[in-house]
Design a protein around this ligand. Sequence first.
Ligand SMILES: Nc1ncnc2c1ncn2[C@@H]1O[C@H](COP(=O)(O)OP(=O)(O)O)[C@@H](O)[C@H]1O
Ligand SMILES: [Mg+2]
Length: 466
Amino acid sequence: MIPLSLAQIARVTGGQLCHGDPDAVVSGEVVIDSRRAGPGGLFAAVAGERSDGHDFAAAAVAAGATAVLATRPVTVPSVLVADVPAALAALARSVVDALPAVRIAGITGSSGKTSTKDLAAQLVERLGPTIAPAGSYNNEFGHPLTVLRADAATRYLVLELSARGIGHIAYLCRVAPPRYGVVLNVGHAHAGEFGGLDQVARAKGELAEALPADGVAILNADDPRVLAMAERTEARVVTFSSAPGSDAPVRAVDIRLDDLGRPSFTLLTPEGSAPVTLRLHGAHNVPNALAAAALARELGMDLDGIADGLGAAVARSRWRMEVHQRPDGVTVINDAYNANPESVRAAIDALAHLAQGGRAFAILGHMAELGGTSRASHEDIGEYAARIGDSGLAGLIAVGEEAAPLLDGARRVRSWTGEALAAPDGAAVLELLANRLKPSDVVLVKASRAAHLEGVAAALEGEAGQ
Ligand SMILES: Nc1ncnc2c1ncn2[C@@H]1O[C@H](COP(=O)(O)OP(=O)(O)O)[C@@H](O)[C@H]1O
Ligand SMILES: [Mg+2]
């Protein structure tokens, strides 16, 4: 972070300095986890469900933090504020304003934000010092904390913007106003909370609306709700597409997947074409790569650099389409990070592709936050799983009671010969699979975050099998 004195922090946040030297300087990281507090840093105390950060204020200062951002008095140097996220937002905005040379990109969409942000960051880093969040640091805490890592050396911020409601993205865009905005797709993630896809589109489009006239809106031409956002921005619009016959300026043609589902394609841009092979798994990473390419291109990267960078980019965030080949010949796809109808379909597509020549099993948990369409959405996914490939999945395991409609949907497919299995929890999944898996079988593990199926995936990955 750029060095700020406690007096400056108090002024920017409208807070009150307590027990501290106004000239003491914060130059280290701003954190909300006291265990990560370090020399010269600022610890923001947040009251969570299980613990209250204020109880760790002294420990953070003992670990070297210059001060604590707090909402009630603590015994160590602190800036007392009314609202910690608002204070972090104000601080982040002041850092952005102090660094006018930094170019800011925001990435949003219902699925693929983190994957695209990780791809884009790995391209943009080749152009100069870049700050991008770790994992999904994309909300009212993670976003300002990421922005606060910027300093005088920083040239680019590549940010992931998430929304659970109208106004959230507009808010994040005020914290760090992007000049480049990428919108990937409008899908059912959190659609229940939003009240339908049109509301999701309204929310995601706030990124397009926030862009200035000299900015660039990078929109997915293959998603009509995203393309329609062109009407909602003053910025220049650049589209990308992986659909056959598209005339989008940035597009992929000749898309193929290798045995492990890694896409190759020809990247077409106005400057020419270049072959790309991704290290990431799943056809859904093609639009993600195109979005990253379009952004890097706007930032001045040449076509060869983009193609080379995409080919070198690795998965930086865990539990997204991790493909693990066991010594006994079973392949495990760990996609346990999150689940919504679009991302489960994408993962089932990848599963079916990997399982050519073997059997496919899907272990699926509940998709959260779908609202009134939840049951129908689960049934549709079950049906999709039963129809995929030549004969559908060999086995569909629904984990937990809420996931049971998946099985009802699969059973709708009369011709399906696979097994529909219910498991109350992860341990039951492992038991069901113990005698079933054979060499060349492929197993997908996917659910919403709350289901914590990554433990099941880890257990499956570690199992040598017989
Ligand atoms: N462009 C996409 N379209 C559909 N599904 C996708 C896309 N990109 C990723 N996914 C799926 O969504 C999961 C989560 O991806 P992630 O990049 O973490 O998205 P987000 O940050 O938006 O939650 C992936 O593991 C994959 O199954
Ligand atoms: Mg994410």
